[in-house]
Design a protein around this ligand. Structure first.
Ligand SMILES: C[S@@+](CC[C@H](N)C(=O)[O-])C[C@H]1O[C@@H](n2cnc3c(N)ncnc32)[C@H](O)[C@@H]1O
Length: 393
């Protein structure tokens, strides 16, 4: 059954925020804090209820969401012909005109269809055919810069059609123009920091910071800066029912909450080239006061006295020989034991063999995916002297 778009500002509707594997709980926590109602866990997603203003707010504020989808129709589906017919029953002029540019994406968890592209194509055909039959004209397709993104999700025999209110995925914050070989996805970086339990009154260190993603995300959290602050646009701004005043009010309300207190958020990397890029990204994010980046190896870096959280995203060894990667991980373990006795350490890696060289007991092991690589996000509690004055690890 299809539902027409609801334009009243206070009208509530269900939304789905998608995320990366393992971040569902963190995302649900973010949504609850933001004031979402009826928050429910899904696979790599969280559903919730809110009004149009809340949809804008969710896009602007969620650190661990990839997209905020607004479902407009749910129906059972049996094959491609049936999919085409059901999509055509939705009254698409509620959402777009012949002058619009369309992009359709698909996710599948079903035996009915094998190819996401085929489902996207069928859906697009049904939409443009409806326009052509009714008006003689049709919206165009523009996969890179559409005015409306439609998402199709088929789970078993249930198909959900959604409008994608985010446009470009939300991890594309807009502050990072300079990257090195393996930058972390910004939403993953934010999720790792939120999972680590770090509080801004403690020290934060990323001693292998690459493009600076973790320190910058930590500073956004500390300064209460919305992750959407740097973005040029969101998908919902091109929707027929876009309410600019409402979005302006949400943004103004958010900026008043930015907190400029001093924090100790440090990034460093052994590569001078990479450090230059990280510094450029920090400047682009206007966070020079909150984040300090330096060119020094992890082994030579001296963490400030006090306690805090250190998060490491070391090389995983794809471009290194096994002896070198084992030696690097062994020296990470040795340095943690020697210099970080009052810190909580976290490390993400896909290299299970190299991780064994750390020589510390992980008190937590969380599965996350860095792109397509299955990783463990490991917690090492480093604390000194509870038994016989030795290092307890
Ligand atoms: C996977 S990348 C980190 C990516 C980073 N999280 C980002 O978002 O861009 C690993 C980084 O570790 C750095 N690295 C390797 N060995 C190091 C060492 N001994 N000390 C400090 N940095 C090191 C590399 O230069 C590289 O930038």
């Amino acid at each position: 059954m299809s539902h027409p778009a609801k334009n009243e500002q206070s009208e509530e509707f269900e939304m789905v925020a998608t995320t990366l594997f393992g971040l569902e709980e963190i995302l649900a926590g973010e949504l609850q804090k933001l004031g979402a109602r009826e928050v429910k866990f899904l696979k790599r997603a969280v559903s919730f209820v809110g009004d149009k203003g809340f949809m804008y707010k969710a896009n602007y504020w969620l650190r661990t969401a990839l997209r905020v989808l607004k479902p407009i129709a749910t129906f059972t589906v049996s094959d491609d012909k049936n999919l085409y017919d059901r999509v055509k029953k939705v009254d698409w002029k509620n959402y777009l005109t012949e002058a619009d540019f369309l992009a359709v994406s698909t996710s599948l968890s079903t035996d009915i269809f094998n190819h996401t592209q085929y489902v996207s194509q069928k859906t697009k055909d049904a939409i443009v055919d409806q326009f052509r039959e009714q008006t003689g004209k049709r919206p165009s397709v523009d996969l890179d810069n559409p005015t409306l993104r439609i998402h199709v999700h088929v789970e078993g025999n249930v198909c959900t059609l959604s409008l994608d209110s985010s446009g470009q995925p939300l991890y594309k914050r807009g502050y990072r123009s300079e990257v090195n070989l393996a930058p972390l996805n910004e939403s993953l970086a934010a999720g790792m920091i939120l999972m680590s339990g770090w509080e801004p009154n403690r020290i934060f260190i990323d001693p292998m910071c690459g493009a600076g993603t973790l320190p910058i995300e930590a500073a956004l959290i500390a300064c209460n800066i919305p992750p959407g602050y740097y973005r040029e646009s969101f998908g919902f701004q091109k929707w027929k029912d876009y309410d600019q005043d409402l979005f302006d009010r949400i943004k103004e309300g958010s900026l008043q909450r930015i907190n400029e207190k001093g924090f100790t958020i440090l990034g460093s990397d052994v590569s001078e080239i990479v450090v230059r890029k990280a510094k450029q990204n920090v400047i682009q994010a206007k966070l020079e006061d909150a984040v300090k980046i330096s060119a020094v190896s992890f082994q030579d870096f001296d963490p400030p006295d006090g306690n805090g959280v250190v998060i490491l995203n070391p090389p995983y060894g794809e471009r290194m020989n096994p002896g070198d990667i084992d030696a690097l991980y062994k020296s990470i373990g040795d340095t943690l034991k020697k210099k970080y006795s009052r810190y909580t350490a976290w490390m993400i890696s896909s290299n299970k063999e190299a991780v064994k060289q750390i020589g510390l007991h992980a008190s937590k092991k969380i599965t996350l995916f860095n792109g397509s690589l299955e990783c463990r996000f490991l917690k090492y509690e480093m604390y000194r002297g509870t038994k016989k004055g030795g290092v307890q690890v």
